[in-house]
Design a binder for this molecule. Structure first.
Ligand code: ADP
Length: 492
């Protein structure tokens, strides 16, 4: 029998020589020989280290991606599809190892990490199926006299910048459609969680992805690396998941070379509970929408807007559930909530909570930073939060549920939409007419009705307003990686 710590050691050992840069099919040191440590958020110790690439390494990666682009675009769709399908099967077969690695570097519980592996792998299965369905059209010009044809071509070499909260899934939902469409790519994973992406590169290599199609540059110099890559005309597309602040910088940078961009940025999801809702179902949904990934998700319910008549009962029930969650190291048995990613995250969550209390909110449960090492925060419910308290206008990114009340549907929609963001939204109601009105009037890219979980590889994930543009997943996801060529033919 292997002990838990042996299992983790084996997950790390499996990474072995892959703690390097992956460029042009080679695993290699950073040119400067530098490395950086990957920290365990549960206690701040160093788990291991990886190569710290610089601008020169990143340009080597772009050289490799550009060199591979032509052949890759000509590779038959079925071959691209089968590479993705094999990678899906490999990830699924190695799900436990992947989950341990994710949990170790990011902190989430093993259950959460297994959920991410299923979700993340699904993008490869979905886009394996989409790779063979790329097609154009043939139509007669309205006035006659010519035929209008369209064909789809891969956009070209892409840059992917991914965040730390879903180290696998935020990669696969960019890599999956890019591979399916015939694009090559340079991936820069988040500094905090580079290990999962390196393992993913090894899996894709094993699945038969040709050298140069996927290149991974781990680095502590994200701004310099992305600036240099984006200053090169060979790079044709940037897909980013992260903060709105960085997204804006990247869109400005992309303007110089008019690179195509997909931006999946911050959110401030409202979670509406109407008095006709099944309240127990709403509490179940709230637990998922709030606590998936410990609240460290851009889709996380950020503001709970509850109708006056049921607000007290909802707060009490949610408080009982949140207060009963076990906080601790994500790899330990019986733990529901792991550490936040770093001390800065804890500080920012705690400040929002203390400011809300100062603004007049009441603590139903939680509200403290637990003693001891690691970057933990107690699951917290706040009731009677003023609508304009900062916790309602900022992305919390932690296990805190602020509850505010409303009296009419019109007021609820107005308040829900009163944010610069527009990613996810949720509503609980049993009224069909209201459901239709909400779907049509909520200014968000995604609306979940009577559910707290909306992410699905088959659905178009993305936002409006300051939450960005572009869609990942669904039939739409592959379009981000395809250009349309129109061909005009005379009448035969
Ligand atoms: P978060 O607040 O979730 O860490 P960030 O937007 O800061 O979100 O980071 C998301 C990703 O963007 C990470 O991979 C990070 O290294 C990268 N990043 C941060 N700043 C820049 C920048 N100026 N240019 C390019 N990438 C950046």
């Amino acid at each position: 029998m292997t002990t838990t710590s042996q299992q983790y050691e084996s997950a790390l050992r499996a990474l072995g020589e892959h703690r390097q840069l992956f460029i042009g099919g080679e695993w290699r040191q950073a040119e400067g020989g530098r490395r950086f440590g990957v920290l365990d958020p549960a206690d701040g110790t160093t788990i291991t280290d990886v190569a710290d690439g610089d601008v020169g390494d990143a340009m080597d990666a772009l050289d490799a991606a550009a060199a591979a682009q032509g052949d890759w675009a000509r590779t038959p769709p079925r071959e691209r599809s089968e590479i993705l399908r094999r990678a899906y099967e490999l990830i699924t077969a190695q799900a436990d190892d992947y989950a341990r690695l994710i949990s170790l570097e990011m902190g989430k519980t093993l259950t959460e990490a297994r959920g991410e592996v299923t979700y993340g792998a699904e993008f490869f299965r979905w886009f394996a199926e989409e790779a063979v369905r790329i097609h154009g059209r043939w139509m007669q010009a309205p006035a006659g006299g010519s035929r209008l044809l369209t064909l789809k071509k891969p956009v070209g070499p892409c840059l992917f910048i991914t965040p730390w909260n879903f180290p696998l899934a935020m990669g696969t939902r960019k890599i999956g459609p890019a591979v399916a469409a015939g694009c090559t790519m340079v991936v820069k994973p988040a500094e905090a969680t580079p290990l999962t992406m390196l393992r993913l590169a090894a899996t894709l290599e094993e699945a038969g992805l040709p050298a140069g199609v996927l290149n991974v540059v781990t680095t502590t110099e994200a701004p310099a690396v992305s600036e240099a890559l984006m200053a090169d005309d060979r790079l044709r597309k940037v897909s980013f998941t992260g903060s709105t602040t960085v997204g804006k910088v990247l869109v400005k940078q992309a303007a110089d070379r008019l690179q195509r961009v997909s931006m999946e940025l911050g959110g401030n999801a409202p979670f509406l509970v109407f008095e006709d809702a099944d309240l127990d179902a709403a509490v179940d949904g709230a637990m998922v929408a709030k606590m998936r990934n410990m609240g460290e998700a851009c889709t996380a319910a950020n503001r709970f807007l509850v109708q006056d008549s049921v607000a007290g009962e909802f707060a009490e029930k949610l408080g009982a559930r949140m207060g009963a969650l076990a906080v601790g190291r994500g790899q330990d048995e019986g733990i529901d909530v792991g550490p936040l990613i770093d001390a800065k995250a804890v500080e920012s969550v705690h400040r929002l909570v203390t400011d809300a209390v100062r603004d007049g909110a009441a603590l139903v449960c939680g509200g403290h930073v637990p003693d001891g090492p690691g970057t933990f925060y107690e699951p917290t419910v706040l009731s009677g939060v003023p609508a304009d308290s900062e916790i309602n206008t900022e992305e919390v990114f932690g296990p805190v549920a602020p509850i505010t009340t409303f009296s009419t549907e019109k007021e609820a929609v107005q308040r829900a939409n009163a944010t610069e963001y527009g990613l996810a939204s949720y509503a609980y109601t049993r009224d069909l007419g209201r459901t239709i009105r909400l779907a049509e009037s909520l200014d968000f890219g995604m609306v979940g009705i009577n559910t707290g979980l909306i992410s699905n590889a088959a659905a178009p994930f993305g936002g409006v307003k300051a939450s960005g543009f572009g869609r990942e997943g669904g039939f739409e996801g592959i379009e981000e990686y395809l250009d349309t060529t129109y061909v005009s033919l005379p009448e035969g």
